[in-house]
Design a protein around this ligand. Structure first.
Ligand SMILES: [Zn+2]
Length: 377
């Protein structure tokens, strides 16, 4: 569900994307608006009019969430926090930070910007709606405006819940962080509250389905609860990982005697003697005296038709070393992790000049991290 992202457009230098799941939600929202909300609020309009209102309403919600996320991103940029972009997914938006905020004040301002902007948007639509009533603007137009005022108010209120990683939870964390000066403790407390909210919503959902027979409402509570619970736990794990990796270089995690292949090897031998034997997805291609020529991955093997495997050589299909598959041993380990995150590769070449120094894998990093958390926490 998460991961299939579609690039939409760039605004203020931020890339806006939507997760595939959002399209499903958008259709559901348009559907429930045009068959439920609008016919209930404004009786006697044509079905096609309700659908127009539903679609415009869903688009308006989409823009409202983007504006909410922009407000976070603009404040983040003011504090020099690099932002990867904005992704809309199943329960709204996510402004993606590549680092923790530098200070409690930065986090407070950044988190508060979201609900404040939603509140301002709600106010703007409410005033427009009121003016529309006085001026006698037609129901279909004014109905959508009224809905947008309401939904932005809901966005503001929901995001203000002190449940980390929602905005309200981030405000709470920044205050705790400011009081004690300990980001890790502040994150632990606020994410515990966040998971608590998540569990409460899950239970409310189950209660609604089992005892009140409210299946659809209950399912929503349940899903939002699940989302909140896992997001809270994940954010805390992420912080622990970052803290544990702080100040460490790639050299500390890399394997110095990786399995390597020669560019003269045929693809069928590569598959038989290496892929099926070592189960790695990436092999450094190395010439005499440890000179790296690139790397070959299972993805590239898949690109060669099977009947050509005995004729084609590794050298023909290998990718040259690039910023996406190789890293220097003196780089921060965090950089390696975010590179893996970005490219989806779980193994990277570690190169010093044109020599191969080793290979760094996600699994080795995580193993060392979990040992450290176990021994030192
Ligand atoms: Zn927000």
């Amino acid at each position: 569900m998460f991961g299939k992202r579609i690039d939409l457009f760039k605004m203020f230098g931020f890339q806006v994307r939507i997760d595939f799941s959002w399209i499903i939600i958008a259709v559901l929202i348009a559907w429930s608006l045009s068959t439920g909300f609008f016919p209930f609020q404004y009786e006697g309009l044509a079905t096609s009019t309700y659908w127009m209102m539903g679609i415009v309403g869903a688009l308006g919600l989409f823009l409202s969430i983007i504006l909410h996320e922009f407000s976070h991103s603009l404040v983040a940029r003011k504090y020099g926090i690099p932002m990867k972009g904005i992704t809309l997914f199943i329960f709204g938006g996510m402004a993606e930070m590549s680092d923790e905020p530098p200070s409690p004040k930065a986090e407070l301002t950044m988190a508060a910007a979201g609900p404040i902007s939603s509140l301002l948007i709600a106010g703007f639509f409410y005033l427009t709606y009121s003016a529309g009533v006085v001026l006698g603007v037609s129901d279909p137009v004014n109905g959508v405006i009224q809905y947008l005022a309401l939904i932005n108010l809901i966005l503001a209120v929901f995001n203000t819940l002190p449940a980390f990683p929602l905005d309200g939870g981030r405000v709470l964390r920044s205050i705790l962080w400011g009081i004690k000066g300990n980001l890790r403790w502040a994150t632990r407390v606020s994410s515990a509250i966040g998971s608590g909210f998540g569990i409460t919503l899950i239970l409310l959902g189950i209660f609604n389905v089992l005892f009140l027979g409210n299946f659809i409402g209950g399912m929503w509570w349940f899903l939002i609860g699940m989302f909140l619970y896992s997001a809270a736990r994940m954010s805390y794990q992420q912080l622990l990982t970052r803290k544990a990796l702080e100040g460490e270089t790639v050299r500390r995690f890399m394997k110095t005697d990786p399995v390597t292949v020669s560019s003269e090897l045929t693809v069928d031998r590569l598959v038989e003697d290496y892929v099926y034997r070592y189960h790695h997805k990436m092999y450094p291609v190395v010439a005499d005296s440890n000179k790296v020529e690139g790397c070959v991955t299972t993805k590239q093997i898949k690109g060669v038709p099977k009947e050509e495997w005995n004729r084609r050589k590794v050298g023909d299909i290998a990718a040259p070393c690039s910023g996406d598959n190789s890293i220097s041993p003196d780089t921060d380990a965090i950089k390696a992790l975010s590179m893996m995150n970005r490219t989806g590769a779980s193994r990277l070449l570690v190169t010093e000049g044109d020599r191969l120094a080793g290979v760094i894998t996600l699994r080795d990093m995580l193993n060392l991290l979990s040992l450290r958390v176990e021994l030192e926490d």
